[in-house]
Design a protein around this ligand. Structure first.
Ligand SMILES: C[S@@+](CC[C@H](N)C(=O)[O-])C[C@H]1O[C@@H](n2cnc3c(N)ncnc32)[C@H](O)[C@@H]1O
Length: 442
């Protein structure tokens, strides 16, 4: 929790990590930080007697780690203590007082890390596809040879894949073999309550091929359905998904997991207790609806989505009393009458569409929403410079390649929503993968 308070302060600074632990790096990456790893070689062997308390001993050890890292970054540089002072004050150790770079060059590791990004993704996708984490959940710890036998793969290849997973903080490797870390157990089992397995598989099977045409998407400013799927048409990706039940269920599972892991933070971002009815437009499996119902026992939630989705939403119904508060209505939000509600919700819907379609949808919602009613938009919100947080920026790129859509900043949401009679537009950064924007119908 403490980390989440610190992260926003670090987002606009140069960050150097003094430790190479993959799990720590993953935590910072997940939080959207870019950083350089310069592991400290300080041996942490300060005598306890040299500090009067444990706290001061820990502080002195931390300081010596920083000193060692800055020294190795700036061996040829101006006096070290002055440099450290500058680092602490500005978080930019590589610049002089005029903001010009001086001293040591930025390390090449930063570029190599970026180059290696796709290998990290592909290793994760492959381990999920081969159900490595399921095998280890059921029978771990296991040796590479045992895992290889269970997933019907080569021992050498499996060992290398497992080692990468261990380096990424997804597996623990001990003398007894490999086992899942809590991160993998929580999110990567194919049937876990908070599983992102289907979300990973959508990246492996759909988003990866789309991204291989990124250059064309950038050059032509168009979605890449023709090249990727062999079919033309701006919204072909969604249509092609819904024509095949297995793919449709995988997509719904991906949306379900991705929303469920953030649903509690989103549902509690604002006080929604004044609303008695809500309609989640494009609400898919009801992942957010069920959590809203759990958080607000007086709220009735209608999930409105295309008929093909609604007919299979039952596959994702949880146990619990909140299911009685949630109902499902099939329809097309561009064509059909919207269900009545005093709070409308758009979760990961606006990012699928370019501005003209967003205006069309908001205008329909605005006509249905009574004065004093609300509109809750659930998306990763971009900073105003649109360069941060990194996960939101990358999501935006994904939406461009798939749908000609994009993520937006708070001021962009404000002007879109105000154009349709919504006021008091405010956002909460939830600290998880989705943020919340609430507006009131004037
Ligand atoms: C990216 S998914 C988001 C699902 C869910 N709101 C969430 O946050 O996980 C977009 C949803 O919008 C639905 N959708 C797309 N076009 C629609 C339309 N014209 N009418 C109703 N729903 C639609 C899709 O079927 C899909 O479930």
């Amino acid at each position: 929790m403490g980390l989440f308070r610190v992260i926003p302060k670090l987002l606009h600074n140069r960050v150097v990590m003094a430790c190479a632990a993959p799990r720590h790096q993953q935590v910072l990456r997940n939080a959207g930080l870019r950083f350089t790893v310069v592991p400290s070689k300080f041996e942490e062997n300060l005598s306890k007697a040299s500090s009067p308390t444990h706290f001061l001993h820990a502080m002195e050890t931390a300081k010596q780690n920083v000193v060692e890292v800055v020294r190795s970054m700036h061996q040829k540089c101006v006096p070290f203590e002055a440099e450290l002072g500058f680092l602490q004050k500005h978080g930019k150790a590589m610049e002089d007082a005029d903001g010009n770079p001086h001293g040591a060059e930025p390390p090449p590791t930063a570029i190599v890390e970026l180059i290696d990004g796709f290998k990290v993704s592909k290793a994760l996708f492959t381990a999920c596809k081969m159900k490595v984490f399921d095998v280890l959940r059921d029978e771990g710890p296991l040796s590479a040879a045992d895992v290889a036998r269970k997933i019907d793969a080569s021992e050498g290849g499996t060992g290398q894949l497992l080692d990468v997973c261990a380096a990424l903080g997804l597996l623990d490797k001990t003398e007894g073999g490999y086992s899942n870390t809590p991160l993998a157990t929580l999110y990567l089992l194919s049937d876990g309550e908070y599983s992102l397995h289907s979300f990973v598989m959508i990246h492996e099977e759909v988003i990866w091929p789309f991204f291989s045409y990124l250059e064309f998407a950038v050059r032509e400013g168009t979605v890449q359905c023709q090249r990727t799927l062999g079919t033309a048409g701006e919204y072909q990706y969604q249509e092609s998904l819904y024509q095949n039940r297995e793919k449709k269920l995988q997509f719904m599972g991906a949306m379900h997991g991705h929303t469920k892991v953030a649903a509690r933070q989103v549902s509690t971002a604002f006080d929604l207790s004044g609303f008695t009815s809500a309609c989640d437009l494009g609400g898919s499996t009801g992942a957010l609806a069920y959590e809203l119902a759990r958080q607000c026992p007086g709220l009735k939630v209608t999930v409105f989505d295309l008929p093909e989705v609604i007919e299979d939403a039952i596959c994702f119904q949880p146990d619990g009393p909140q299911t009685g508060q949630v109902s499902f209505v099939p329809g097309d939000f561009f064509r059909d009458t919207l269900p009545e509600a005093d709070l409308y919700i758009l979760g990961k819907v606006l990012h699928n569409w370019p501005d003209d379609k967003v205006h069309q949808l908001l205008s329909r919602i605005s006509r249905s929403c009574k004065p004093g009613g609300g509109l809750l938009v659930v998306e990763p919100v971009l900073d105003e410079d649109k360069c941060r947080p990194l996960p939101a920026v990358l999501k935006s790129l994904t939406m461009m390649v798939l749908f000609q859509g994009r993520e937006r900043s708070l001021s962009e949401y404000r002007s879109l929503l105000q154009a349709h009679g919504f006021t008091d537009v405010r956002a909460v950064r939830t600290g998880t993968i989705l943020d919340a924007v609430l507006a009131t119908r004037a």
